[in-house]
Design a protein around this ligand. Structure first.
Ligand code: C5P
Length: 275
């Protein structure tokens, strides 16, 4: 196969419990992660004579896709020249995992077009070297993540979950949010996290971007049962008992914010490549 185009979903951390920073600078997590049907990027990988990474947000070597290709080349011990074209829809610095998802799609597609023959478990090991969230996107679906986010355990799907992802244009850097988390007192990581929505980074993100409080209030006023910060922010997800209620909230909030009505990502909900 000379080229392959894959949908790269965003993710929701429905639960994100965070423990005190470890000596390696990372925070131990317990997170219930769910791949979402929207927003999604599209990643095209084609055989080429040299490596190219086209992406409107972060082109070339600064893109996580380049780190992914470096790690895959080191794993298989040969050059894997490809032209990567990333069509961005997932907002950056929103906590939706867009860069990590694109990198995972590049690993999966390059494994096919260059006939590397790596199994998913081996791709997960390569993904661990690229970033904490990249292994999740190799697996997809619904996963409990532990460690720094890379130790995965498949969880039961949540088909009744209706999400409205809200991008208020609030951008947050993940290391800055974790640094703000470290400055405040917090509870130790529980032995096992409950599956009820909660994000331990909320107060840190709110301290850096007070406008997030307004976004949550607007979501609740538009009918969300609950609102959770997406990852380290700044997107916020409203949770609804029915898709119509999420659609209604999208209509109410639409003039003020960019919104996406989403369900858990499945092969059925996935946007056609290039769509
Ligand atoms: O693994 P990744 O490169 O995506 O992480 C980006 C940054 O997020 C890290 O440098 C660290 O500051 C923070 N982080 C953390 N604990 C985690 C995951 C990420 O402190 N479990």
């Amino acid at each position: 196969m000379a080229e392959l185009t894959l949908a790269a979903p965003s993710k929701l951390n429905l639960v994100l419990r965070v423990g005190p920073v470890a000596p390696d600078g990372y925070h131990p997590l317990q997170s219930l992660m769910i791949a979402l049907s929207a927003p999604q990027d599209t990643v095209r990988v084609a055989l080429d004579s040299r490596r190219r990474v086209d992406c409107p947000v972060a082109p070339g070597p600064q893109n996580l896709a380049s780190s992914a290709l470096d790690a895959l080349e080191a794993q298989v011990g040969r050059a894997l020249p490809v032209a990567v074209t990333i069509t961005k829809r997932i907002p950056a610095q929103a906590g939706l995992g867009g860069g990590s998802s694109d990198a995972a799609a590049v690993l999966r597609a390059t494994n096919v077009v260059h006939a590397c023959g790596l199994a998913d478990d081996e791709l997960v090991q390569v993904a661990e070297q690229v970033g904490s969230d990249v292994p999740f996107f190799i697996r997809g679906g619904t996963q409990w993540a532990a460690g720094r986010g890379h130790q995965l355990r498949t969880a039961a799907p949540l088909p009744g979950l209706n999400v409205l992802v809200v991008d208020a244009g609030v951008h947050l850097s993940t290391p800055c949010v974790y640094a703000a988390f470290d400055r405040a007192p917090h509870e130790p990581l529980p032995a096992a996290a409950e599956a009820s929505p909660r994000n331990d980074l909320w107060h840190a993100a709110l301290s850096l971007r007070p406008r997030l409080g307004r976004v949550v209030r607007d979501l609740r006023a538009a009918g969300a049962d609950q609102a959770v910060l997406c990852g380290s922010g700044g997107a916020v997800a409203g949770l609804f008992s029915a898709p119509e209620r999420a659609q209604r909230a999208a209509a109410i909030l639409g003039p003020s914010y960019r919104t996406w009505v989403a369900q858990p990502d499945t092969p059925e909900t996935r946007a056609p490549p290039g769509g």
